[in-house]
Design a protein around this ligand. Structure first.
Ligand code: FES
Length: 147
């Protein structure tokens, strides 16, 4: 049996929403200092909705699958809803990740938050810092690594 679910393999081989949004309304770039992987998320916002989302991930297969799945989960959703996306939800949507790969899904959660934070800052929109705790932290253990 493969270590990775069919869904992980699918999103790794055929990642959705790969690319750059040239005139993005917000861009978030995060990285994991330990493995050196980097994820960049671009968002386009219209009337409080994520009209478009794209990503570039220079990283492992799980990080690519996680970013692909995350973009699918937040595209077309209100910003407020996208902000509640957790790495756990991304991993679950992928039918699970091996425990030692859970940190890869954390990058997706952080990248989404970082992009939305960038959008808020660019537009001087007041925001609740509590909601963005993960955007700039690298404490993957805070996100609950699953057994
Ligand atoms: Fe670095 Fe997966 S090993 S994000």
């Amino acid at each position: 049996m493969s270590l990775y679910s069919e869904k992980v393999m699918d999103h790794f081989r055929n990642p959705r929403n790969v690319g750059v949004i040239e005139d993005a309304d917000g861009v978030g770039e995060v990285g994991n200092a330990k493995c050196g992987d980097i994820m960049k998320m671009y968002i386009k916002v219209k009337d409080g909705i994520l009209a478009d989302v794209k990503f570039e991930t220079f990283g492992c297969g799980s990080a690519i699958a996680s970013s692909s799945m995350a973009t699918e989960m937040i595209k077309g959703k209100p910003l407020s809803e996208a902000l509640t996306l957790t790495n756990k939800a991304v991993a679950e949507a992928l039918d699970g990740l091996p425990a030692y790969k859970m940190h890869c899904s954390v990058l997706a959660e952080q990248a989404v938050q970082a992009a939305i934070l960038d959008y808020y800052k660019r537009n001087n929109i007041p925001y609740d810092e509590e909601k963005f705790r993960c955007a700039s932290c690298s404490h993957e253990h805070d996100h609950g690594e699953e057994e």
